[in-house]
Ligand binder design. Structure first.
Ligand SMILES: Nc1ncnc2c1ncn2[C@@H]1O[C@H](COP(=O)(O)OP(=O)(O)OP(=O)(O)O)[C@@H](O)[C@H]1O
Ligand SMILES: [Mg+2]
Length: 246
């Protein structure tokens, strides 16, 4: 399958008083298996709406979305989700949160949780409660939880948006390594230009009113990306220009 996620002529209007809000207008996008795609654009351009539609959390769109060749008709365990807030259950430990949705026996769960904590750089934190974790650690747990059922697609909506700049870069690097080792198709929403360029193989630029894809940029830079290199700056400058920023 050369197109793993296929968004075809998707439009989404939210009804309201007056004429409603067109959040997405005729958006089409094909994502390859294993690809890392970033959706970037200003507030209100429809990034979350598009991501939620791919997730199956918002089914009010017209057009068609296929994941793994199947129409998206609702949320599915093959699509893992991470949001801006970790949304951990406060009465469960890190390990408990990661294991929460797993269908497996206790031994298998324990092994899988250990594996995932290693993967996200939190080995040894199995018994920590959410209130004992920093924001960055909580997001690492959220990533582990999303990956627990071995999804083929990882959907992330500004997962690092609430973190400080240092933690954010650390998490970007961790996610990049996780993506490369797990080979999971990833769609990542951000309004941060540097973040989009640090992570994306392709950066999909969206514009608002109505929400459309205005540009798709192939980021031809090897990983790990050097954020202070000239080549990186050239991409940054060109993206800034396309948003009318200087
Ligand atoms: N449930 C809803 N009901 C009504 N309008 C909505 C709803 N969800 C989104 N919208 C509208 O659709 C447009 C796109 O919203 P969306 O949340 O997808 O943007 P976004 O790009 O994710 O923005 P942000 O960067 O601020 O998160 C906005 O104008 C928003 O007000
Ligand atoms: Mg959003």
């Amino acid at each position: 399958m050369s197109q793993f996620v296929s968004v075809r002529n998707v439009s989404r209007t939210f009804e309201g008083r007056g004429q409603g809000v067109t959040a997405l207008s005729d958006v089409s996008l094909d994502i390859r298996p294993g690809e890392f795609v970033v959706l970037v654009g200003p507030s209100g351009c429809g990034k979350s709406t598009l991501l939620r539609s791919i997730a199956g959390l918002d089914l009010g769109f017209s057009g068609e979305i296929l994941a793994g060749g199947q129409p998206v008709v609702g949320p599915n365990r093959s699509r893992g989700l991470v949001f801006q807030e970790a949304r951990l259950l406060p009465w469960l430990t890190a390990g408990g949160n990661i294991a929460f949705g797993l269908r497996a026996g206790p031994e298998e769960k324990r092994a899988r949780v250990g594996e995932l904590l290693d993967l996200v750089g939190l080995a040894g934190f199995e018994d920590a409660y959410p209130h004992q974790l920093s924001g960055g650690m909580a997001q690492r747990v959220a990533i582990a939880r999303a990956l627990a059922p071995r999804p083929t697609i990882l959907l992330m909506d500004e997962p690092f948006g609430a973190l400080d700049a240092f933690t954010r870069i650390k998490l970007q690097d961790a996610l990049r390594d996780i993506w490369r080792s797990q080979n999971v198709t990833t769609v990542f929403v951000t309004h941060d230009i540097d973040e989009s360029l640090a992570l994306g193989q392709r950066v999909v630029v969206m514009s608002a009113r109505p929400g459309r894809i205005s540009q798709v940029i192939e980021v031809d830079l090897p990983y790990p990306r050097d954020r202070v290199s000239e080549a990186f700056s050239r991409y940054r400058n060109s993206l800034m220009n396309s948003f009318g920023l200087h």
